[in-house]
Write a protein that binds this ligand. Structure first.
Ligand code: M6R
Length: 609
């Protein structure tokens, strides 16, 4: 998500921080800033847009000092503008803070702090943290930060400086990465190793619920009761390029492995305290409107469209609404029957896909309200929608969408659940059961990732095939389409997703011993029908790779290879089942020697028609 860099020592801190922020530039960001301890106090320079804009500002009005913190922001709460960019300062201007993560209870904290007399200058969740530090500061910055983070729920990596204690940077971490670089008479902090690798390859990793004081003389790590913790630095052997990918060989693989935490981030701050519903904070969409709805029309492209199709199954399952799904490029040129009682939903990672934007505008002209599931805050679709559910998946660099897809599905589950509760079609007890299962998914995604070794061996057997079908039914039919898209876009193999029941209506004619058929057959109400469909393929000699539920005794007898994933509710199963499909496409592409992060003929964001 956001990038953090900090420095204390004998060098020009501004130069170290700017270089470090540039090293994190590849991850994407929308604004940047630096706070420095200068002789006259804390000075801040920050600006919306690229680092070149911040560099211009620093030319006009330089920062000079040896202790500072910097940040590149990937907006989550509040638009990507200058007031919302980091660092944030407290009311007195004596404390500055940068944050990466999401503070789930920021609204209640903000209200309480305003009542106590604090003045806020941004719309971010992060700003509450600097006011909390101010509130608790009594001459000891470490103690104030400890007390501040004790009030915060959610995820954070923070770095804090104060001109009252100018010889230290205090950092804290929970569920967002933070490393401390060890130097001679100097210390570095960063959200990611590449930012500081030019200066040191000896780093201390901060764990969850730990704080540290970084000074010129050394680094001290503490637990939340300020008990000192012993930690030895590790030596990083990675090249800069390896470090950018977190040690993974590609961004796509890194992003596949980020899914336990990116999925957790979709849920953050959205579960109601009673756990019988969710809050989505869709500004222009109230409960009365949701009750008045008759139809939902979902429009999007590519992977986002398959997430949208998953959304149709969810909305039809949890509500009584009629739901349509379209590719944006078709929707904009047909004559859809839309009116005020139709909600148009768009799904987009980038928020800049040309066909989806055009469809959104067409729907708006017909008087529809728009709710969008968007990853990039401040993007065109984000700005032009009445209600937005941000997926909080963080920057996705690999062209092939992976973590954005599972985050989109998570957002759509939350939306369907919310609409079902508001319209009285989901009971509080059902909502509790779904929420409990949603919260177990990061762990189940993790277990699904553990199939990678098995998936790699299966890919080894099949990477020379010429064509593949991906079959699924119900909630997993869109997942079959997504599995096939992943394979074709990164491995250049012909692949098609099909509803399994459709095979006997034509596609079965293609099956022979060289045809790969990937079948999603985890436990579901249509499990027996899916088994029959797989047997039809078996009878024609197809090469079957099945994704099944752990403990399933049947699949191994009919499929050549089976990848077992943890069981979850059928409605949520696409979120787990897609993991081995992503890994399978990945390893096939790798074995075929393809450029996985930059597949030929494709762009990450399709901003032209
Ligand atoms: O940014 P968007 O989500 O609107 O992009 C939509 C598609 O272009 C995108 O999902 C594309 O299909 C991916 N490369 C698939 O991995």
């Amino acid at each position: 998500m956001c990038g953090i860099v900090g420095y204390i020592g004998h060098r020009d801190a501004c130069e170290v921080i700017m270089k470090g922020l540039c090293r994190l530039e590849y991850r994407g960001y929308d604004s940047a800033g630096i706070a420095m301890i200068e002789p006259g106090g804390i000075a801040v320079r920050k600006r919306e847009g690229k680092l070149s804009g911040l560099a211009e500002l620093l030319e006009e009005s330089p920062l000079r000092g040896h202790c500072g913190i910097g940040h590149t922001r990937w907006a989550t709460h509040g638009e990507p503008d200058t007031p919302n960019s980091h660092p944030h300062t407290d009311c007195s201007g004596h404390i500055a803070l940068v944050h990466n993560g999401i503070i789930e209870n920021y609204l209640s904290l903000r209200m309480a702090l305003i009542e106590e007399g604090h003045t806020f200058t941004s719309k971010t969740d992060s700003e509450v943290l600097v006011h909390l530090v101010e509130k608790y500061y009594q001459g000891n910055l470490l103690d104030a930060v400890k007390r501040a983070v004790a009030s915060a729920e959610g995820a954070y990596a923070i770095a804090v400086i104060s001109d009252r204690t100018p010889d230290e940077i205090v950092v804290a971490r929970k569920a967002s990465p933070l490393v401390i670089g060890v130097g001679e008479g100097e210390g570095f902090i960063a959200s990611d190793v590449p930012a500081i690798l030019e200066y040191t390859n000896r780093v201390l990793y901060l764990n969850d619920n730990e704080l540290a004081r970084v000074t010129r003389d050394g680094i001290a790590i503490y637990d939340l009761s300020l008990k000192p913790l012993a930690r030895e630095p590790v030596t990083i052997e990675w090249t800069l390029e390896q470090a950018e990918k977190g040690g993974y060989e590609t961004f796509m693989l890194k992003e596949i492995y980020e899914q336990p935490s990116s999925f957790q981030d979709v849920l953050r701050g959205r579960i109601l305290p009673g756990r019988d519903g969710v809050t989505l904070a869709m500004k222009g969409i109230d409960d009365a409107f949701i009750r008045s709805l008759e139809k939902v029309s979902i429009i999007s492209c590519g992977t986002a469209c398959y997430a949208g199709m998953g959304g149709r199954y969810l909305l039809e399952h949890f509500t009584d609404l009629a739901v349509e799904v379209d590719y944006s490029s078709e929707f904009r040129y047909r004559c859809p029957k839309l009116d005020r009682n139709t909600l148009v939903m768009t799904v987009s990672q980038s928020g800049e896909t040309a066909d989806t934007i055009a469809s959104l505008r067409m729907a708006r002209e017909k008087g529809c309200k728009i709710v969008s599931v968007v990853n990039v805050v401040g993007s065109t679709i984000d700005r032009e929608s009445d209600g937005v559910i941000h997926t909080h998946a963080g920057p996705e660099i690999g062209v092939a969408s992976t973590k954005a897809y599972t985050a989109q599905l998570g957002a759509l589950v939350l939306f369907a659940l919310h609409v079902g509760r508001v319209r009285g079609q989901v009971t509080p007890a059902d909502a509790r059961a779904i929420i409990e299962e949603l919260e177990s998914l990061p762990g189940k995604i993790d277990r699904a990732l553990a199939t990678e070794g098995a998936v790699r061996s299966i890919a080894q057997k099949h990477f020379r095939v010429k064509s593949a079908f991906y079959l699924g039914r119900g909630f997993n039919y869109p997942n079959a389409l997504e599995g096939a898209l992943k394979l074709k876009e990164i491995s250049y193999l012909h692949a098609e997703g099909y509803p399994a029941g459709e095979m006997k209506h034509g596609p079965n004619a293609l099956i022979d011993r060289d045809f790969l058929v990937v079948c999603i057959c985890t436990r579901s109400v249509r499990y027996d029908k899916m088994i029959s469909n797989i047997k039809e393929v078996e009878a024609r000699g197809g090469r079957i790779v099945a994704v099944g539920t752990e403990g399933d005794p049947n699949l191994k007898d009919i499929a050549g290879d089976v990848i077992y994933v943890p069981e979850t509710m059928e409605e949520l199963s696409p979120i787990v089942n897609v993991i081995p499909l992503q890994l399978f496409a990945y390893h096939i592409a790798r074995l075929r020697g393809c450029d996985i992060d930059k597949p030929r003929n494709l762009a990450k964001s399709v901003t032209v028609e």
